[in-house]
Design a protein around this ligand. Structure first.
Ligand code: SAH
Length: 242
């Protein structure tokens, strides 16, 4: 069965959006994955179709009602992980993306306004997911990000099957930098080693660049990488997190 995504949202017309283009779009048309967008508002009980109310305890904005969102969620019958987009969730990682991509799919709740009534998370098995330490106006972009990351890993979606193995985060490091023709551009040339044809030297250069760039740009990743390496004498491949 293909990877199936169901997105619960107040803006179903935002889907597939950018995921209708390029590799993800072609894969969608080829049924390598499925996407449904459910309008949360269709589950509002009153004739005004209201989905939100003022925050208990006061304060700015509106909160998505637990009863309405739960009714929308309960209308989706499949057994797939349920994720909710929220800056209060665990930051999304390549490890989590890989696990999701190798599973049956996901049901994704998109928040708006101040977010969801917290009781929703207690009443249903929902995994709160954040796409980073910044605040979006809604969960839809987060859902698109998460799905894009998953879909590119599905069998047959990316051209070269080995693409992805070397990539940033897969080894706990950032990927090494890339270059292509023209050889000389604005007086800058491609590193000589990459034109040497010496595969061992190229591999060593790439490894060292990946390490240097990770150390300089992402000390957090580097520290974890070094910690894991010390912990495993074989220097075995390890995950970036979890
Ligand atoms: N009041 C909330 C922010 C609400 S933003 C808080 O401060 O935590 C409105 C909606 O946008 C959220 O319900 C969520 O679905 C989405 N959103 C905002 N930032 C996000 C992030 N970093 N990751 C995932 N979803 C996010």
């Amino acid at each position: 069965m293909a990877f199936a995504a169901t997105v619960l949202t107040l803006y179903p017309e935002m889907f597939p959006g950018p995921l209708g283009q390029s590799l993800a779009g072609r894969a969608l048309r080829e049924d390598r994955w499925r996407l449904d967008a459910v309008q949360i508002r269709d589950f509002a009980p009153d004739r005004h179709r209201s989905v939100d109310d003022t925050p208990a305890g006061g304060g700015a904005g509106m909160v998505l009602r637990a009863d309405v969102v739960a009714a929308a969620l309960d209308s989706v019958t499949h057994t797939r992980p349920i994720l909710a987009m929220t800056p209060r969730g665990a930051p999304l990682t390549q490890t989590r993306v890989r696990t999701l991509a190798s599973g049956p799919g996901a049901i994704i709740l998109c928040g708006r306004f101040e977010g969801f009534d917290e009781r929703l998370f207690e009443a249903r098995a929902i995994e709160p997911v954040s796409i980073g330490d910044y605040v979006l106006s809604g969960g839809e972009m987060g859902a698109l990000v998460l799905l894009d990351a998953c879909v590119r890993l599905l069998p047959g979606v990316m051209g070269a099957t080995e693409s992805g193995v070397d990539e940033s985060f897969e080894t706990g490091l950032l990927e090494y930098p890339h270059y292509t023709r023209p050889f000389s551009w604005e007086g800058r040339t491609i590193p000589e080693v990459l034109r040497s044809g010496d595969h061992a030297r190229i591999a060593a250069w790439r490894k060292s660049m990946a390490e240097t760039d990770t150390r300089l740009r992402r000390p957090d990743l580097w520290e974890r990488h070094e910690g894991a390496r010390v912990g495993s004498p074989s220097g075995a491949r390890h995950e970036t997190d979890e």
